[in-house]
Design a binder for this molecule. Sequence first.
Ligand code: PBG
Length: 322
Amino acid sequence: MLFRPRRLRRNEVIRNMIAETAVNPDSLVYPMFVVEGEGVKEEIPSMPNQFRFSVDELLKELESCVAVGVKSILLFGIPNYKDEIASSAYDENGIVQRAVRAVKAKFPNLYVITDVCLCEYMSHGHCGIVNDGDVDNDPTLELLAKTAVSQVAAGADMVAPSDMMDGHITALREALDAAGFANTPIMGYSAKFASAFYGPFRDAADSAPHFGNRKTYQMDVRNGREALHEVELDLEEGADIVMVKPGLAFLDVLRETAEISNVPVAVYNVSGEYSMVKAAAKMGWIDENAIIRENLIAFRRAGADIIITYHAKEVLEKGLLK
Ligand code: PBG
């Protein structure tokens, strides 16, 4: 036998020497939820060890995150007041805007990314203005742009539009540039699928649609080619980073995106992926740490540069990337 691949697997030193993939701890982004009030640290029932924090508690939590090496967070806001024009989303004293100001004041070096979407702020739970029973694309763009500008004015380092409206990158770029924020990057949720894997998130963010579903704006899970079209459009519109979401069930899309993209590629390891790992671990059915590591490596191997994951803090705390 000429070829014996097992020769290079004989001990850990040689295995480590030839390892093709490593996950960069600095490329992890930790998503967090912020709510109104004070002294609030509420565990999300369907997402063990993830919480809704009021701003004061968020600051406390961030001490320990920063201490273990979390470099970046993705902030989601859960407002008290919702209406049909998502006014809390672009209120300069909205929950995200206040949280960003407080976080940047205390942790100027923590990189703060804000989610730009309206579903948490709409009384009906859809991601845009509803007319005739469906989300109306173009009027929604204006509200998204206002939201992004107000978040950046509050100090956000980057914005991440997750709404899946057509033309959203252009709308945000023009508005940010006009407001003097030409240097603020946009991370587009470019290929975002209408996925059941968001279930736990919608509990966490109280953002489930009250009627219908998101299939007229988020992508059909059957379509890979269309996903690449979405990615190309975001690239043409000037997205600084493109994202594929969810991750694990869409690694093919991630790989193909990495092949066509000339900007960094992010993947979102979403709530359902997280909760499935936690549930199986709780049952004692899997080796949790090994599974988490394997999932993160899969994203990197498939071509992700940035991994947005609820596991970020624990991965760093437990040293799972070593
Ligand atoms: C808002 C948004 C969602 C997620 C991120 N931004 C939910 C949705 O589209 O319904 C999902 C994140 C997750 O499941 O972890 N539009």
